[in-house]
Design a protein around this ligand. Structure first.
Ligand code: CA2
Length: 142
């Protein structure tokens, strides 16, 4: 089974800033982990990151057209992007929402709401990059 692991803005900077919140694993290391974890689970994992909302919408539309399961960390778009919401609403295969930190436990009120959650079969937050492995396990088990 093919899976898309889609990452939103600034996640390409993982491991380089704010390690106290997001840990020390770099984005390239995360991507390699996801491919390896997926292979162990029999999944063909394609990991992508973009800082451009329209690119993310295109990728979600691609997943909708091919009925591809998605692991999504929409980063800041999680909290306000109705374009991402509309794209998630079109998905047919399962969507798992992932966050490295737990946005609901963070002090900024804007992080407490997610436009993605209503379309997700599961939300995994606050587990660091291990959360991506847990998300892939959810998809593999369905
Ligand atoms: O905890 C998460 O995974 C988030 O989705 C990360 C987003 C944030 O806006 C969400 O509230 C929670 C921010 C991603 C920024 O990533 C950085 C990584 C390293 C250094 C700076 C930013």
């Amino acid at each position: 089974m093919r899976v898309l692991v889609l990452n939103g803005p600034n996640l390409g900077r993982l491991g380089r800033r704010q390690p106290e919140i997001y840990g020390t694993t770099t984005y390239d290391e995360l991507a390699a982990h996801c491919v390896a974890w997926g292979a162990d689970l029999g999944l063909d994992v394609d990991v992508r990151q973009t800082n451009h909302e329209g690119v993310m919408v295109d990728w979600l539309n691609e997943a909708a057209d091919a009925a591809t399961p998605v692991v999504l960390n929409a980063a800041a778009w999680t909290h306000y992007s109705y374009a991402v919401l509309d794209a998630c609403a079109q998905l047919e295969a399962p969507l798992v929402e992932v966050h490295i930190s737990d946005p609901r436990q963070r002090p900024e009120e804007f992080r407490h709401h997610s436009v993605v959650t209503p379309y997700a079969v599961e939300v995994i937050a606050g587990q660091g990059v291990e959360g991506y492995r847990m998300a892939l396990e959810v998809l593999a088990s369905r």
